[in-house]
Design a protein. Structure first.
Length: 287
């Protein structure tokens, strides 16, 4: 039975995890403005893969990469790798806050897709969530908002890829270990990003300072996922679901501090609508 102390620990872990994600998004935007996105991702995923092996292989050995449905596991990793590329490309031309907010339409898309794919019924509340979420996107990306239309398209593409990734996660957790899923996600991401870097090349290589920032970028992304996984062992999803949206708040704060970018009033309303839609979808799923 989970105690109040465990719940508070879970909440604290999610807060730190979302801060790690927002910090990673901010670093990713900074680095992608200087270097090829594929090079930045090579560092991110290479560090991710190294940390996964360093922490898990000494104890679990070959169990780290053992899978039962290898094709789907690799497809899941590919979806996330491509989604990460779209995220970095979007951050190049979009503010951090709006980029993060738009991709949080993913829980709503996942709810809608789960109906035909997993046979789950979409209720009236579910359709309300969808309407709220899409209204939020329209408010953020409306004409006159100043956002790059291609950046918005990349964010929506990221959300679609993320939906496929999370859908496969729900399917694969029935047969695969979390450890194996993490390893193959890092492996596929490293293979894709390094392969693209070798094919497309990079105009410049990082100096010592930017290399350190790339190390921090990969470490923050990996640490965030580990903390989030740990949090769900401490507290139920219904308790932690609202805290995930601290990611948007932290992204807004860091985007303002580092890039002096803030959403306008309607943008904030749109971000709130997306957050509310995601919260309702999460509570519906838990119930």
């Amino acid at each position: 039975m989970q105690t109040e102390g465990n719940a508070l620990k879970g909440v604290a872990l999610v807060v730190v995890a979302t801060l790690c994600f927002a910090g990673g998004d901010t670093l990713g935007k900074h680095l992608s403005l200087i270097y090829a996105a594929t090079l930045v991702l090579s560092a991110r995923y290479g560090i991710n893969l190294g940390l996964v092996l360093l922490t898990m292989w000494p104890r679990h050995r070959s169990a780290v990469w053992r899978t039962q449905r290898t094709g789907l596991v690799l497809l899941r990793g590919l979806l996330l790798a491509v989604a990460t590329v779209t995220m970095l490309l979007a951050l190049r031309i979009m503010p951090v806050a709006e980029t993060v907010a738009i991709i949080y339409i993913t829980p709503v898309l996942l709810m809608l897709v789960s109906g035909p794919v997993l046979g789950e019924k979409v209720s009236a509340i579910g359709w309300l969530c969808a309407g709220l979420g899409f209204a939020g996107v329209l408010l953020i990306a409306r004409p006159g908002s100043g956002l790059d239309p291609w950046g918005v398209v990349l964010c929506l593409l990221n959300a679609a890829l993320g939906t496929g990734y999370h859908l496969l996660t729900r399917i694969l957790t029935r047969t695969e270990t979390t450890m194996a899923l993490m390893f193959h996600t890092a492996l596929v991401g490293t293979a894709v990003s390094v392969g693209l870097t070798l094919v497309l090349g990079s105009e410049r290589l990082p100096d010592v300072w930017d290399g350190t920032l790339m190390l921090a970028y990969g470490t923050l992304a990996t640490l965030g996922h580990l903390l989030l996984t740990s949090a769900y062992r401490e507290a139920p999803a219904s308790t932690l679901a609202p805290i995930n949206y601290m990611h948007i708040a932290f992204a807004t704060l860091l985007g303002w501090l580092v890039f002096a970018q803030l959403p306008d009033a309607l943008g904030f309303v749109g971000m709130g609508a997306i957050a509310l839609a995601g919260l309702l979808a999460a509570f519906r799923a838990v119930r």
